[in-house]
Design a protein around this ligand. Structure first.
Ligand code: CTP
Length: 469
């Protein structure tokens, strides 16, 4: 059967996706995803697992993608045309959808016993996984652990959505809808969604976040009276406000640990909560987010690329690697000093009980470096100021000293319970002056800051934020 070319204007090609289709009832939605992607001028090559063939046929995928579908690990024809290593490396993005519990488990342990798992092991291309499975399977500790491991390795996840599943149960497990998947893929390929950029007026929005133990998702849905003209996408009649689509946001979070010996380090009380919430909120508004995090107990937020580091020097390097970015938010509590005489063997108490001397040198100031003028300076750099005295005056001085555009200042004195707590009271200091924000949860603060950032990139204000000036 001759495959129909999805588009004869190959010059308009805007990215290459290798789509691995797993075996789940949701696989039927993948046909629509392939159609949407090819319509957006994305070259889609499909790999169909054996289980996937129970739900969609290679012929349908071939007809919609315009390319032969790859199914076998050892296929003479395919090996002649393109080896499996080349197949995975020729793509800009690997998408696993539906990412079944079985595929996630294989990815976690590094199995390579069929074409899909071999490709996933052989690739150094970014991977986006869209899980779909029964809610009990999604919530099983084995799957939770697999997802956490994969996220820590930098695999991005989209969904699963909450709702009634084919098996009749209710909960998280539904494959994200094809237009949502299409937009997530286009964002990672740095392509604006075809439904984006409309300047049509629309009623206002409220941000709703669903957070569960197994994940979270945030979206802005219609509901008020403000006219807006930013990027919007429509999914099943619901308008999602994505004003940061196409923007790259870099967020630092958590503490850094500066080793003294293999068991001891210098550190601080930062939990990372605020930075993770900001990363999640920026992603919910459509940004592609890289989160560089010191040691925390937190899972990667939905749709965010997480780079875990330990020390300030590693954080500095990871931040440099993540550039260029349009937005940088430095929420990390970077240790000010590191130990130059750290040792690789545990320091033993000496007989005379003289404590060891630590030689400290200052760590690089990541925020100041990001804020310095240069070709890679993000167009908006936001710092945090953790202060215990004269919060406002110190934060204003800190903004000048570091050269950042905005400073979010918080009082971290004993009794405020900000460090490690779930709430925060901040001042936002910009070139226009000082805004006093009321006490709110770190999640709400993140959402408000993300909307404020979206405003800076052209989105109109929301009355809910009380900052309509
Ligand atoms: N910061 C950074 N790199 C450092 C130190 C701080 O990027 N080496 C960033 C933090 O992420 C935060 C801001 O600078 O956005 C302010 O951090 P803070 O701890 O309040 O200030 P310091 O620069 O450490 O100054 P001081 O301790 O004197 O208040």
């Amino acid at each position: 059967m001759a495959a129909a070319a999805p588009d004869d204007t190959m010059t308009a090609l805007r990215g290459r996706v290798l789509l691995i289709v797993g075996g789940g009832i949701a696989a039927y939605k993948i046909l629509e995803l392939v159609r949407l992607l090819t319509a957006a001028h994305v070259d889609v090559r499909c790999v169909l697992t054996k289980a996937g063939t129970e739900f969609v046929t290679p012929f349908s995928l071939q007809a919609l993608s315009g390319h032969p579908v790859h199914q076998e690990l050892f296929s003479l024809t395919d090996e002649q045309e393109m080896g499996h290593i080349a197949l995975s490396r020729s793509a800009d993005l690997l998408v696993v959808a539906p990412a079944t519990a079985d595929l996630l488990a294989k990815m976690t342990v590094g199995l390579a016993n069929d074409l899909a798992s071999t490709l996933l092991l052989a690739t150094d291309t970014p991977v986006l996984a869209a899980p779909a499975m029964n809610v009990r399977m999604w919530e099983h500790p084995a799957t939770r652990a697999n997802v956490a491991t994969l996220k820590a390795r930098g695999i991005e996840f989209i969904g699963p959505d909450e709702g009634v599943m084919a098996c009749g149960e209710y909960g998280f497990g539904r494959l994200a809808e094809p237009p949502v998947l299409r937009d997530a893929i286009l964002a990672r390929l740095n392509i604006a969604s075809p439904t984006s950029g409309s300047a049509r007026p629309h009623t206002s929005s409220t941000m709703t976040c669903t957070r569960t133990e197994t994940g979270s998702s945030c979206d802005i849905v219609p509901g008020g009276t403000v006219v807006r003209s930013s990027v919007e996408t429509t999914v099943d009649g619901t308008t999602l406000w994505k004003p940061l689509l196409g923007r790259h946001a870099l967020v630092t979070a958590g503490p850094t640990h500066e080793p003294i010996d293999p068991v001891r380090y210098l550190g601080n009380r930062s939990s990372g909560l605020q930075g993770y919430a900001i990363a999640e909120a920026l992603a919910a508004l459509g940004a592609r987010v890289t989160l560089v995090s010191g040691p925390t107990n937190l899972l990667a937020p939905a749709g965010v690329t997480l780079r875990r580091v330990e020390t300030a020097l590693e954080m500095e390097q990871a931040v440099r690697d993540a550039l260029p970015a349009d937005i940088a938010v430095c929420a990390a509590a970077v240790a000010d000093w590191r130990v130059t005489n750290a040792v690789t063997s545990k320091i033993k108490k000496s007989a005379d009980t003289t404590p060891p001397s630590l030689h400290l040198v200052p760590n690089p100031d990541i925020l100041a470096a990001l804020s310095a003028p240069g070709p890679h300076r993000p167009s908006l750099v936001v710092g945090f100021a953790a202060e215990t005295d004269d919060v406002e005056a110190n934060a204003i001085a800190k903004r000048k000293r570091k050269g950042c555009d905005w400073i979010v200042a918080n009082d971290v004195s004993v009794g405020t319970n900000v460090m490690g707590g779930t709430e925060n009271t901040v001042l936002l200091i910009t070139s226009d002056g000082v805004e006093h924000w009321p006490r709110m949860t770190k999640t709400d603060l993140a959402l408000r800051l993300a909307r404020r950032i979206a405003r800076r990139f052209g989105a109109p204000a929301l009355s809910a934020d009380g900052d309509m000036n």
